[in-house]
Write a protein that binds this ligand. Structure first.
Ligand code: ADP
Ligand code: ZN
Length: 838
């Protein structure tokens, strides 16, 4: 519905001055779940509103916080501090986003302020930083060498440069840097910190401006001062009665700097900085731009669109799961639905996985909607991101296409949130706040009567289950547009290659041959290597058997130190086996294989081919990414080697062969979702073959092709795979039949960490009676036990119902004794609905 916005609720005729609340409730981007009360100073009376940023004293310094509410009463015995400043004229968060961020904070056990920070464009709050310098105590400690080596290094680094900020210290010390050592030095008075305001903020630019001084001079005096310098005179006349930005002076008068300098010297002119808001100008399409015409729907598309449109028109919250194979026309349905939303005067959020936020995807939306689209991805600078965010906030666009955090786009009047490739793990943030964009989108849509469309060729098990019980409306598209054929998939048994063909190379004979054919026909090949698995596992050389935990059905992880196998879910341990449990054959450790090695081997085997590698190492910068992309389109590359990166969102019509090396690598990642992920990945990779006229071929090499997953991959039969795999999930009480929460403990010191782990376990065990239906697994060492010199453990809570588990966690996090442990050296993190349990 497009009712004009409701008349303002405020009754401005009331005696407002008397009713201005005197206190503000403020949260900070800190792992705290409380809001702090501050007095509003007289100078800011009536200006402070919920959703605004403030500067407020917190501990020894001023921090940026967010106002979450106003109040007239303040019941506390503490001394009330007063707000210092209000950096913006307007709230940065609407009431709607305040509620949403609060929901996220509660559900994911993060600080409200931390969530707010994640919801705002990066860089907005970074207009200040702390710089450290040595106190006298610090200087003398440095001379006497009276501290630990690590502390001395920090002092020395600062001493050498007089002052440094934390990032610079970190950079100087490299891996030796310890944040808590820095904090301790400060606590003990060896260092002090001063807050420095950054000169450049994302929100505004400083524009150098010139004007005449107010000193009145007589015309005679002026004549005398300017007589011999016509250019100074010219500039003087230009400035009479106005101020001009220096950049504008330049357009009136080339070579203005010398005369300007002289005028300033003579005291006739002065320069000063003016704050200018960035990105105020309107957005316009390039001249000559015409929107691409929408395509007429096929019958199946039309049916699906109608269901979406019905809910859209009724402004009725509903979640749809659109299960459609690649190339079945999902994106076309999204675009029509967005158009329908715009026609109703509403706005749209389109989420795609970060990795597929390629120029191709973006172009597709821009061709259709022009400058009505804002783009949010991680390749933007802080300033660019802020500008896009501002366009949204000021309603200069009605659509945003972005990665995870775009779910917080500051739209009013939201009509639709679309999540493409909804199963993608990048929708879950893996640092605090560990929110999932899907859950967040649903919470947001529910609150504002919008619809959510989850699209995927291989939906997550969570979404499939919710569709089954009727929470989501399930829709399918099971035919490709234009009768383009699905690629032909062939599984090659690498054991047979080795034993029967005596082929020990990474390339099977069929794959080698297929690549040769492509080279001859001038078609392109993708070689895909999955590098997700980094944990070691133990495999039989002969039959491919992999050791699993009997209880948890995840691969056991090999730990070198103890020469043992470990289940990092339940802490089951076994000594390193002597031989295979199935056939008695020799067992070996396996820890993956890199793209670099694959590239070397490929070059050796196909010396005539033009080969490129695309992974995180080679495409750090966006430009390399785009170069490779262009070369691919232009047919200047024969074989492209890559990781997950090459699997998403690219459309290269000349790729007719996809080779998957070590397809089963990801099956042995010690994670109960290993099967689901592998199927999703293989489907996605296969989707890259034959997007043009020639049907594609996919060759999948597996060392253990007996796994049931490989039965369903060639037929693109996700449903049957799902039916089978979910029985296992149900039997083992895994999601989607239960909910999990992981509590992670991280410590630089092994013993300190272990002690916290023990206390945590004791605390939780003691609480189990008050938490009916909640199960406790572990604690155990994480599969990746040591990362960046930190030891890691986790403990898993499992429950059918979330409420008792959430309550238990809240009690646990409130526990004072645990709080005391969890400072500095040992960190406790909660991960609700974890996607990654390594
Ligand atoms: P998906 O998002 O499911 O992978 P797309 O929407 O990208 O599928 O559609 C695949 C291809 O088919 C695209 O090239 C698209 O332009 C084209 N297409 C989609 N719908 C139609 C239609 N109704 N008529 C003609 N071509 C279409
Ligand atoms: Zn186990």
């Amino acid at each position: 519905m497009t009712a004009p916005s409701a008349p303002s609720q405020k009754t401005s005729s009331e005696p407002a001055a008397l009713t201005h609340p005197g206190f503000a409730r403020v949260v900070f981007s800190l792992p705290l779940n409380e809001a702090f009360t501050y007095a509003i100073p007289e100078s800011l009376t009536g200006q402070v509103q919920p959703g605004m940023r403030v500067r407020a004293p917190f501990g020894p310094r001023n921090l940026t916080g967010y106002v979450v509410g106003l109040t007239d009463r303040c019941e506390t015995d503490f001394e009330i501090k007063t707000l210092v400043d209000l950096p913006d004229g307007l709230p940065v968060l609407s009431q709607e986003l305040l509620s949403l961020t609060r929901w996220v904070a509660e559900y994911y056990h993060a600080g409200w302020g931390e969530v707010i920070k994640a919801a705002l464009p990066g860089g907005l709050d970074e207009d200040h930083h702390e710089i450290y310098f040595l106190t006298d105590k610090g200087e003398s400690a440095l001379q006497d060498r009276a501290l630990r080596q690590n502390a001395l290094q920090i002092l020395l680094a600062i001493h050498n440069k007089a002052s440094l900020n934390k990032k610079q210290i970190q950079k100087t010390l490299g891996p030796q840097f310890r944040a808590h050592a820095l904090a301790q030095l400060r606590q003990e008075g060896y260092l002090e910190a001063r807050v420095k305001i950054k000169k450049r903020s994302v929100a505004y630019t400083l524009e150098k401006t010139v004007r005449l001084t107010l000193d009145k001079r007589s015309p005679d005096e002026l004549d005398r001062l300017l007589k011999r310098s016509p250019r100074q005179r010219q500039l003087f006349d230009l400035l009479v009665g106005r101020e001009l930005p220096v950049s504008e002076v330049a357009s009136h008068m080339p070579n203005h700097s010398a005369p300007l300098r002289e005028l300033k010297k003579k005291g006739l002119a002065e320069t000063f900085n003016v704050k200018r808001d960035r990105g105020g100008e309107g957005v316009e399409n390039e001249p000559g731009w015409n929107p691409e015409a929408p395509r007429a729907f096929t019958d199946p598309q039309q049916k699906i669109f109608q269901s979406l449109a019905d809910s859209l028109d009724a402004s009725e919250f509903k979640t749809f799961l659109l299960h459609g194979i690649t190339g079945s026309g999902k994106t076309e349905v999204y675009m029509h639905s967005i158009q329908r939303t715009l026609d109703a005067g509403k706005t749209a959020i389109m989420l795609v996985p970060e990795i597929s936020l390629t120029p191709q995807t973006v172009n597709r939306f821009q061709r259709r909607f022009g400058s009505n689209v804002a783009i949010l991805h991680s390749g933007l600078t802080n300033v660019e991101r802020y500008l896009e965010w501002k366009k949204i906030r000021e309603e200069r666009v009605a659509i945003v296409v972005g990665a995870r955090s775009a779910v917080f786009a500051p739209f009013k009047n939201l009509g639709i949130i679309i999540i493409d490739e909804e199963h993608d793990t990048s929708y879950k943030q893996d640092t605090t706040p560990r929110y999932h964009a899907r859950e967040t989108a649903i919470a947001r849509a529910k609150a504002c009567g919008a619809i959510v469309v989850l699209g995927s060729a291989t939906p997550s098990f969570e979404s499939m289950e919710r569709a089954r019980i009727g929470e989501y409306r399930y829709l399918t598209l099971d035919e490709r547009i234009g009768e383009r054929l699905l690629p032909l998939i062939r599984i090659v048994d690498m054991r047979k290659e080795r034993d029967e063909a005596k082929n020990y190379s990474i390339f099977s004979i069929p794959l080698k041959q297929a690549i040769h054919e492509r080279l001859e026909r001038k078609e392109q090949t993708f070689l895909f290597l999955n590098r997700r698995g980094t944990a070691n596992y133990v495999v039989c050389r002969k039959c491919g058997f992999v050791f699993d935990c009997q209880r948890c059905s995840v691969s056991l992880t090999f730990h070198g130190q103890s020469q043992s196998l470990l289940c990092h879910y339940c802490d089951f341990r076994a000594p390193m086996p002597q031989g295979c449990a199935e056939c008695g054959g020799e067992v070996i450790r396996f820890s993956g294989f890199g793209t670099q090695k694959l590239e070397e081997d490929t070059r050796a085997l196909f010396p005539q081919a033009r080969i490129q590698r695309m992974d995180r190492d080679t495409t750090r910068s966006r430009s390399t990414f785009e170069t490779i992309y262009k070369e691919m389109r232009a047919g200047q590359i024969d074989i492209l080697i890559g990781t997950q990166m090459i699997t998403k969102g690219h459309h290269f019509p000349r790729v007719t062969l996809v080779g998957v090396v070590y397809a089963d690598l990801s099956l042995h990642v010690p994670d109960f979702r290993a099967g689901e992920r592998t199927f999703q990945l293989l489907t996605q990779v296969a989707g890259r073959a034959g997007r043009g006229e020639v049907p594609g071929t996919v060759i999948i090499q597996a060392h253990n092709p007996d796994h049931y997953l490989f039965e369903y991959v060639p037929g693109h039969d996700y449903n049957r795979f799902f039916d089978k795999e979910q029985l296992l999930r149900e039997r083992l009480h895994y999601p989607p039949f239960t909910r999990l929460t992981a509590v992670e403990i991280e410590s630089e010191e092994e013993a300190a960490g272990e002690s916290v782990v023990r206390h945590l376990k004791a605390f939780l065990s003691g609480q189990m009676e008050q938490a009916p239906g909640v199960e406790l697994l572990g604690p155990s060492r994480a599969a990746l036990y040591r990362i960046n010199n930190r030891f890691r453990w986790h403990l898993i809570l499992r429950s059918k119902e979330t409420a008792p588990m959430q309550a238990l966690l809240a009690r646990c996090l409130e526990n004072q004794q645990l709080k005391k442990f969890a400072t500095g050296k040992v960190k406790i993190t909660v991960d609700v609905d974890p996607m990654n349990l390594l």
